[in-house]
Design a protein around this ligand. Structure first.
Ligand code: UDP
Length: 383
């Protein structure tokens, strides 16, 4: 791997989904501020609508949109198409480094294509592990394979660093920077007035009645359990008359088929189209409690001091659970109803979990990563 000795250092972000766009945002902004760097952003289009919504809102400068997604495309076809299309994009753009974020097929293939082209790879949010290579599928394997391919490993936590060390990644290639997702949350939360927001959500949030439960459920591995998770939410609404659920429902047909029939007619349940990131931050900030199977939302809720019940059996983000501000409740209705009921009725239990802490970073990961990249360039003879 060689780095160039003249001109700005071209850094190419390869992203494919909404959380990747949100979590590279602060680093894109940071690198664009610095004269040492040229920034390129390549969209794989692995998720079309949600990715474009986030990219548009955050103003990410898109260099190429590969738009690879086809209806009902298999994982094999997606992977094969991405290897070709990302490789062609890298041949055209000739970046000096590729940055990927997280655990999607775009991340793995972005790192693989860069490796084939002998371009060094930086991995944001490196070192997370659920401990089960088939769960989440294929994300856990994507993340492991990306670790095998990356040159710079930027981890959110010490735990993630230890994981990589135990897998044989050299210590000098790992930096504990915090998660850039917390940078995004910090920036968005401080600048919400710059983003207009959807008036329908504003009306829901402005209504003073009832404590708000912010909900998201979309993970593929939860699909077999979504109907009973929906029924658990209906029981919670029945038991607790002073609450409202606000649930932006993912576009996935499987998710809609599970939740809409059970919750669509519930008067205190607002099923919404996916809201943009600014609105989602407004929703989190206004909520009393968060129920989610999302990775990113598990990180965001504690930063805003909101207790989070994780609707999954395992998590690759154990730090908030260890800190006592998140609880793994899985997908059994009785467990979900009991956990929500405890937090709604036991003020002390609620207070213990509603602590504003930030196990995944202090919101300044991106300047650290930019410094590390700058240092890497200078070490190789750049001024
Ligand atoms: N998010 C959003 N709008 C929504 C739901 C979530 O902008 O309606 C944001 C959320 O703040 C977080 C990210 O999307 O930053 C999480 O994405 P998702 O849950 O799709 O993926 P995961 O984090 O599980 O990979």
């Amino acid at each position: 791997m060689t780095l160039p000795t003249t001109g700005p250092f071209k850094v190419c972000f390869v992203i494919g989904t909404r959380p990747e766009a949100i979590k590279v945002w602060s680093l894109v902004v940071e690198l664009k501020r610095r004269a040492d760097f040229d920034v390129q952003v390549v969209l794989s289009g692995q998720h079309r609508e949600l990715l474009r919504q986030a990219v548009g809102l955050l103003g990410l400068p898109v260099t190429l949109d590969l738009d690879v997604m086809q209806p009902a495309q298999s994982l094999e076809r997606l992977t094969a198409t991405l290897v070709e299309r990302v490789s062609e994009a890298l041949a055209q753009l000739r970046p000096d480094a590729v940055i990927v974020q997280g655990d999607t097929t775009t991340v793995f293939v972005g790192a693989l294509a860069a490796f084939y082209a002998q371009i060094p790879v930086g991995h944001l949010e490196a070192g997370l592990r659920s401990g089960d290579v088939r769960h989440p599928f294929p994300e856990e394997m994507n993340r492991r394979l990306t670790s095998a391919l990356a040159d710079w490993h930027f981890t959110p936590t010490q735990t993630a660093r230890q994981t990589l060390l135990a897998e044989g990644v050299p210590a000098e290639r790992i930096w504990v920077t915090g998660n850039t997702g917390i940078d995004a949350l910090r920036l968005m939360h401080a600048n919400l007035d710059r983003y207009p927001g959807d008036p329908r959500l504003a009306a829901v949030l402005a209504c003073p009645a009832g404590r708000l439960l912010a909900v998201t459920v979309h993970r593929r591995e939860n699909q077999p359990f979504m109907r009973r998770i929906a029924e658990a939410f209906a029981r919670v609404l029945e038991l607790h008359r002073d609450i409202r659920i606000v649930f932006p429902v993912h576009f996935s047909p499987a998710v809609r088929a599970a939740f809409t029939p059970v919750l669509g007619d519930q008067p205190r349940c607002h099923l919404l189209e996916p809201v943009d990131y600014a609105d989602f931050v407004r929703l989190l900030a206004r909520s009393h409690l968060v129920l989610t199977d999302s990775g990113g939302v598990q990180e965001e809720a504690p930063h805003l001091g909101k207790p989070v019940l994780v609707l999954r059996r395992t998590t690759e983000r154990p730090e908030a659970v260890s800190a006592g501000v998140a609880r793994l409740v899985g997908d059994e209705p009785d467990a979900i109803v009991a956990a929500v009921t405890e937090l709604l009725t036991d003020a002390e239990a609620y207070r213990r979990m509603a602590r504003r802490i930030s196990p995944y970073g202090d919101g300044y990961a991106s300047p650290r990563i930019a410094d590390i990249l700058t240092h890497s360039i200078r070490k190789r003879g750049r001024s």
